[in-house]
Design a protein around this ligand. Sequence first.
Ligand code: PMP
Length: 287
Amino acid sequence: MSRIVYVNGRYLPYAQACVHVEDRGFQFADGVYEVCEVREGALVDEGPHLARLGRSLAELAIPEPMSMAALAHIMRETVRRNRVRNGLLYLQVTRGTAPRDFPFPSPEIERTVVCIAWPRAPDLLEAQAVRGIAVKSLPDIRWRRCNIKTVMLLPACLAKEAARNDGAHEAWFVDGNGFVTEGASSNAWIVLDGGAVITRQIGPDILSGVTRATLIEGLAKEGISFMERPFRLTEAQSAREAFITSASNTVMPVVRIDGVTIGDGKPGPITRTLRSKFHQFAAISVS
Ligand code: PMP
């Protein structure tokens, strides 16, 4: 089936979907984005993703390109036109196109808006969740405003490539004090021996994950004890369970960190329960 991409007001065939060479997203990574899960044709946690997009835009003083309702319409329309039942939706907004110069151009210029949706086979992801994934740790070399979801993803690309070369599926960043910040494209969690679930508190050193926030609500509903605090790699390696969260993985078990087996090397019961119940906690859009 041919793919359709939304670019600046038009739904275009994939091969014709382009932005200008002087788009500030291309030249300066001056843009923000969101990735949403598409499940049974509906967007998962659409509202919180749009709210975070609004916060990212505000942090960078990029004027909203249109109302959030109009963006939601584009997201749903992109899913619909691509007939995606299960997959992912990508939405990007950049400051727009202007002659290359570091300071911001006039706020009057049109922002660039791109929306793409693609299908994914749920059984492949499920098979991975049954096995669990390996993680590789790396120093966190990112900037100090990781709470903004910018398209400046080169540290994440380098980390993911290093992880892949080591047979790992995700990289965990470690700060200067030896504490795990988050994954290259996910939030990091551990489960202690007593069953308490731990993840780092939000702040400028991590992205406030939408999946993370939804799961925290779910933990309360399930009566699972939960604490927000930093943890070291060594604590994670001796934890009973570990997992990551992101829109593209929901809850994904981690079974190895830097070659050290977590628990008995299989996804643990709390992680499995949280994964299986995740969509009961999340908001599913109805179009
Ligand atoms: N941290 C980083 C650095 C990420 O890139 C992502 C995925 N976008 C996450 C955390 C998880 O965020 P979410 O649950 O909103 O997908």
